[in-house]
Unconditional design. Structure first.
Length: 90
């Protein structure tokens, strides 16, 4: 686990994201590939996601956080997932 990244994200990145996005959960891997973080965010639809992310990206505090965290992430991947009918999370 990359404590330096998590500490910075919790202190500076998370507050900005919570102003604009709806966090469901934030996780790190215990088994398998190490030093991976998985976070889940809730959106009404793709348009809502784009609108919320644009607002976050326009937030001056987000630019400050991104500058401080530059180089800490090696790879980033985004997925838009949709719950199936029996999923407890809707």
């Amino acid at each position: 686990m990359n404590k330096q990244y998590l500490d910075l994200f919790e202190a500076e990145g998370l507050p900005v994201q919570l102003r604009h996005l709806n966090l469901i959960g934030y996780f790190t891997t215990s088994v398998g590939p190490q030093n991976e973080f998985v976070h889940l965010w809730s959106y009404d639809d793709l348009t809502d996601m784009e609108r919320r992310r644009a607002a976050r990206d326009a937030d001056p505090d987000w630019a400050v956080y991104k500058k401080k965290s530059a180089g800490m992430l090696v790879k980033q991947e985004n997925k838009l997932i949709t719950p199936v009918s029996f999923s407890p999370l809707k």
